[in-house]
Design a binder for this molecule. Structure first.
Ligand SMILES: Cc1cc2nc3c(=O)[nH]c(=O)nc-3n(C[C@H](O)[C@H](O)[C@H](O)COP(=O)(O)O)c2cc1C
Length: 430
């Protein structure tokens, strides 16, 4: 029978997703000063639960308090915040949907405001306006501790009432750093050949499966490519997907890019060699769909593809043609939290593409400006606009769709530094 947006999906572990739209992960930055979940997060996920998506995936929750992707990340290392975690999970599953926790470690993509001593597979620094310090190569013991950390966080998520976990192996975070030859220059068992570079991910998957049991859904978010010369390629991705399939995961989400090539949001120059696929995929609204087709040939896991889906027609065709099993949507749900329900019910034909209007200006002021500051304001301001809408929803207010890029950028920077310094102050005193 042909799948449509309202079809159920039975996952390999036996769990059932009630429909084919998933809210993809978006970092919320709403933890309290002790990195614990807050009522704001419960409010936000309650709103999204009522919004109709069959699966909600949280923004990345960190496995290790020392290394955050940004201040305001939730950290889950122990059970001290179990009541708050349970409130978040209960709110986020109120409508009977699935709620999976995305679990992550930033590796070198750890903002300097959080730590000036990040770790990574190798000591390759991310050079972006001085925001990220020089990382130190992880020791064997640190690698084993991180694997155990993912399993511990997954166990706690299950205890707290989350109905699944997603391991973040995309976008240049720690697992993605292990996978990519540009950031993994190790010559031991964890680097070199693809088999060695994928060892960390596969060990994490095995440890998480061992911890949560065979009936609990495990997803993985993987880059189709990181779009950098000499980086993780589409062929690498297809091979890793095949190994993940053998490892027994339940849902593979395809995305792409890193901080240096923001292809996840449809930006970036693409330095990679995957030109054939690139040409055809560029014409499509769902910019990773063609990459996903190559990956699909080598793995039997249900696929979720995220990035650029906006029209109901593209979504329903992709499902009907069996190009994927789950449609991932992120940005549209910030400005319109019930859009999934309307798409599924057929009341609307398009999810809003807010990102199209989010520019400081054109020419010198535009996203392709030769002036680095303007480029940064365009990109960061766009993302900040979505952060702002999530904060509005978390305060049970309506989205402020009229907000423009510059105020969004300034508000975000002020808040980010405020919560970053407040957290540092707190850590110093404790
Ligand atoms: C504000 C914001 C925060 C994001 N945070 C995360 C994250 O924590 N983890 C992740 O895997 N992807 C994250 N993403 C990427 C989205 O999950 C998604 O891949 C991307 O937005 C493309 O999908 P879309 O076109 O439907 O928005 C984030 C995107 C945005 C806009």
């Amino acid at each position: 029978m042909t799948a449509s947006l309202h079809s159920e999906l039975v996952l390999p572990c036996g769990a059932i997703l009630p429909n084919r739209i998933a809210k993809a992960a978006m970092t919320e930055g709403m933890a309290d000063v002790k990195d614990n979940p807050t009522q704001a997060l419960a409010n936000l996920y309650h709103t999204w639960s009522e919004g109709g998506a069959g699966l909600l995936i949280t923004g990345n929750v960190m496995i290790d308090r020392r290394y955050l992707e940004r201040p305001g990340n939730v950290v889950l290392e122990d059970d001290q915040a179990m009541p708050a975690l349970r409130r978040w999970a209960a709110a986020g599953t109120a409508a009977g949907n699935h709620l999976w926790m995305q679990i992550s470690h930033p590796g070198r993509q750890c903002a300097r405001i959080v730590s000036s001593q990040p770790v990574s597979p190798s000591d390759v620094q991310l050079k972006m306006l001085g925001n990220f310090a020089q990382p130190r190569a992880m020791t064997q013991a640190e690698i084993e501790a991180a694997i155990a950390g993912y399993a511990r966080t997954a166990t706690l998520a299950k205890e707290g009432g989350f109905t699944g976990v997603q391991i973040h192996a995309a976008h240049g975070y720690l697992i993605s750093q292990f996978l990519s030859p540009t950031t993994n220059r190790r010559s031991d068992d964890w680097g070199g050949s693809l088999e060695h570079r994928a060892r960390f991910l596969l060990r994490v998957v095995a440890a998480v499966r061992e911890a949560v049991g065979s009936e609990f859904p495990i997803g993985v978010k993987l880059n189709s490519a990181d779009f950098q010369r000499g980086g993780f390629s589409l062929e690498d991705s297809a091979q890793v997907a095949s190994w993940l399939s053998e490892a027994g995961i339940d849902l593979l989400e395809i995305s792409g890019g890193t901080y240096e090539q923001l292809r996840l949001l449809g930006h970036g120059d693409d330095d990679s060699q995957d030109r054939d696929v690139r040409q055809s995929t560029r014409q499509r609204e769902a910019y990773f769909l063609d990459y996903a087709q190559r990956i699909r040939q080598s793995c039997s896991v249900p696929l979720m593809v995220t990035g650029g889906f906006r029209s109901r027609l593209t979504m329903t065709e992709a499902l009907a043609n069996e190009e994927l099993e789950v449609i991932g949507l992120a940005r549209p749900l910030c400005g319109d939290p019930v859009i999934a329900r309307y798409l599924i019910g057929g009341q609307v034909d398009y999810a809003p593409a807010y990102e199209q209007d989010l520019k400081l200006g054109t020419g010198l002021l535009g996203p392709a400006s030769p002036i680095p500051l303007f480029k940064v304001i365009n990109v960061q301001g766009e993302v900040a606009w979505f952060y702002h809408q999530m904060l509005q929803l978390a305060q049970l207010k309506s989205p402020e769709r009229g907000l423009t890029v510059l105020p969004a950028f300034l508000k975000h920077m002020a808040r980010e530094y405020f919560i970053g310094f407040r957290r540092r102050w707190h850590l110093r005193g404790s």
